[in-house]
Design a protein around this ligand. Structure first.
Ligand code: DQA
Length: 154
């Protein structure tokens, strides 16, 4: 099983970016930790980060041919990118939406996720552990025989 961990805009600055909200762990540290957690679960993970909407869409398109699932932190695009939402809906592999912060406890504009309806679920508010929980959620889904939420994507 191969999982892509895709991070969107400004997440390359984790560790130094608003540490009171996002914590002091860098993206590199999160990726290193996830790699070993995934290895212990028999999962192969690969990583990508982009600050550009179109590139995130290209990466999602490529993932549909190379990966079994995606863990996606789309950053602020979560709240308004219908193009990323359409890309998730277009690919058949399951996507888990993650956020370090609890988006529902923050600014009003963050309460809306336009990608949530086309993801298999959302994990929000557990800091860097949100990624671990997303990996566990995907593994759980795969162990159940990998049902795809095609209904939700119609
Ligand atoms: C975020 C939450 C978003 O609202 C914000 O724009 C981010 C990070 C999170 O991980 O908590 O860039 O996705």
């Amino acid at each position: 099983m191969r999982v892509l961990v895709l991070n969107g805009p400004n997440l390359n600055l984790l560790g130094e970016r608003e540490p009171g909200i996002y914590g002091s762990t860098s993206l590199e540290e999160i990726c290193t930790h996830l790699s070993s957690a995934a290895e212990a679960m028999g999962i192969t993970v690969c990583f990508a980060q982009s600050n550009h909407e179109g590139e995130i869409i290209d990466i999602l398109h490529a993932a549909r041919l190379e990966c079994d699932g995606v863990i996606l932190n789309a950053g602020a695009y979560t709240h308004y990118s219908y193009a990323i939402r359409d890309a998730i809906a277009a690919i058949k592999i399951p996507v888990v939406e993650v956020h370090l912060s609890n988006i529902h406890a923050r600014d009003e504009f963050r309460h809306t996720s336009v990608i949530a309806p086309v993801c298999i679920g959302q994990i929000s508010g557990f800091g860097a552990d949100s990624y671990d929980l997303a990996l566990t959620a995907l593994a759980f889904r795969f162990n159940q025989g990998m049902p795809r939420l095609d209904e939700a994507k119609k």
